[in-house]
Design a binder for this molecule. Sequence first.
Ligand code: URA
Ligand code: SF4
Length: 201
Amino acid sequence: ATGAAAYVPPDADLTQLEAASKRCHGCDLYRHATQTVFGEGPASAEIVLVGEQPGDREDLQGHPFVGPAGRLLDRALDQIGIDRDTVYLTNAVKHFKFAERGKRRIHQPPGRTEIVACAPWFDAELAVVRPRLVVCLGSIAAKALLGQSFRVTEHRGQLFTMPDYQVLTTVHPSSVLRSRDRGKAYADFVADLRRIATATG
Ligand code: URA
Ligand code: SF4
């Protein structure tokens, strides 16, 4: 397996990309996961939100951000007046990586190889959607877009201007759920997301 590029059809729309992604063997993650979880949302979306990889629920249901992190994200978006159905939601890596502990499947962070292998799918999604703003949820997404040395903790809530779109970075909603002071972590997360309005007018 040498990356997803060989599996990405040229000049495809989102439906065709998603169908092709179901057959991707671009890295080894497809072997143990249930299914590819492709991005979802309108091709006309002005905003793309990109997470890390599907979690346990997403893997089973086949849709991004449908588990606990997704519920938190929905609540935060709702709070700033953004309807989840108007944005395009996706992940840097399209298969769930986990370790089995008894009956439980424990999330494992994707490695550099898997992130690079899967990037052609995200590139293809961006090429179709052509958003004004990409919101990176967590450091895996931020590093995939802004480079390995990017530090979310230093730059969260800041807008970066790229040739084709702006980029906003914040923490991953799962980190809010794991935080010791969840109330503050959630408030900080929402404050970062409020910058979306600045970027999209
Ligand atoms: N975490 C992510 O990064 N993406 C999902 O789709 C769900 C949880
Ligand atoms: Fe393909 Fe990405 Fe899944 Fe790896 S994680 S098999 S590159 S879709």
